[in-house]
Ligand binder design. Structure first.
Ligand code: ADP
Ligand code: MG
Length: 317
């Protein structure tokens, strides 16, 4: 089972940033309003995520870090299924199989916190919420460790994951530090302010608000004006029902809308959210992937294209 865990972990936690993503999602699922992320050596040495969410009741602690569905993956064939479809409820177990994981947690009504490490539960100190401390990632899977890039590159991926999530949740404060130094801090604010502080001054001084609806579709956020759009190739944030996605169809629709106003190899910058009836989209294609499948991709493409195109046309008119 340990081997299966390790192989499966490769799918779920392919690099430090994937661990950061899973842990941040857990913190937000727990209703946290404040999340602190502390990384050492690009996350390889240490990833600690501290939240003030509802915590885990002591009696559920062993279950939280256990593979819930071991019987589900009894053969290689099934393992392959898992690899393509992904699985939920296994992030902590997967992380624990390739790193030293310590979880400290306290619910509102517990008299004190509890800590679990290596299956052992002991009383601990600490306020309400959960701290997940992940050390020495891939210490027991040297082959995977070899695939990791430089410390700065891995940290860059982690920081990008934090930005993506922080953009979608301005109602939560985030703080990110690396090797003991604070890198980013965002207080609770509105989407307007959060996106300005994450995308920077050049974006906020030349951006257009967008908010359009058609039937079950709503597109809202900010798009960069062409003049300001020589910026980062990665300053493109698209969310579908609150989840960050990088989807070919959506990227294409945006680029096509910018086509007449953007020249050369410039990139448009944007932070936009598409909200629609969850029944019309599948965002859980793969746990580590960020693609989506729309029931009616043609009309989504047209809607996004026209909404952005119209907004841009108004400025050049
Ligand atoms: P999943 O999130 O898919 O259920 P995980 O392995 O990520 O699976 O987490 C297992 C369980 O542990 C969660 O369902 C949740 O009950 C609990 N949990 C994990 N992280 C936290 C957290 N930060 N705060 C509260 N509960 C948590
Ligand atoms: Mg989870």
């Amino acid at each position: 089972d340990h081997l299966i865990s390790q192989i499966a972990a490769g799918e779920v936690v392919e690099r430090p940033s994937a661990v950061v993503k899973e842990l941040l999602e857990n913190a937000l699922d727990a209703g946290a309003s404040s999340v602190t992320i502390k990384l050492d050596e690009g996350g390889v040495k240490r990833i600690a995520i501290i939240d003030n969410g509802r915590g885990i009741p002591a009696d559920q602690l062993p279950l939280a870090v256990q593979r819930h569905a071991t019987s589900k993956i009894a053969s290689l064939e099934e393992l392959e299924n898992v690899a393509t479809l992904g699985f939920r409820g296994e992030a902590l177990a997967s992380i624990a199989s390739v790193a030293i994981l310590t979880l400290t947690t306290k619910t509102a009504d517990a008299p004190h916190a509890w800590q679990i490490e290596n299956g052992k539960i002991t009383p601990a100190s600490g306020g309400q919420g959960t701290t997940v401390d992940v050390q020495d990632l891939y210490y027991n899977t040297p082959a995977r460790r070899k695939f990791l890039k430089s410390e700065q590159t891995e940290f860059g991926h982690c920081a990008e994951v934090v930005r993506r999530i922080a953009l979608a949740r301005p109602d939560v404060s985030f703080s990110l530090s690396h090797n003991g130094k604070m890198v980013d801090h965002w207080n609770v604010s509105g989407f307007d302010k959060r996106s300005a502080s994450i995308l920077g001054d050049s974006f906020s001084s030349a951006r257009l608000p967008i908010d359009e609806s058609a039937g079950p579709l709503r597109l809202h956020g900010f798009i960069g004006l062409p003049t300001a759009s020589k910026g980062r190739a990665d300053a493109q944030y698209f969310y579908v029902n609150g989840r960050f996605v990088r989807d070919k169809l959506l990227t294409h629709a945006v680029r096509a809308a910018y086509q007449d106003v953007l020249h050369g190899d410039r990139y448009p910058s944007y932070v936009i959210a598409l909200d629609l009836d969850p029944a019309l989209v599948d965002v859980n294609v793969h746990p580590s992937k960020i693609e989506v499948r729309f029931r009616d991709s043609r009309s989504v493409h047209q809607f996004v294209f026209h909404a952005i195109n119209r907004a841009l046309a108004q400025t050049s008119a």
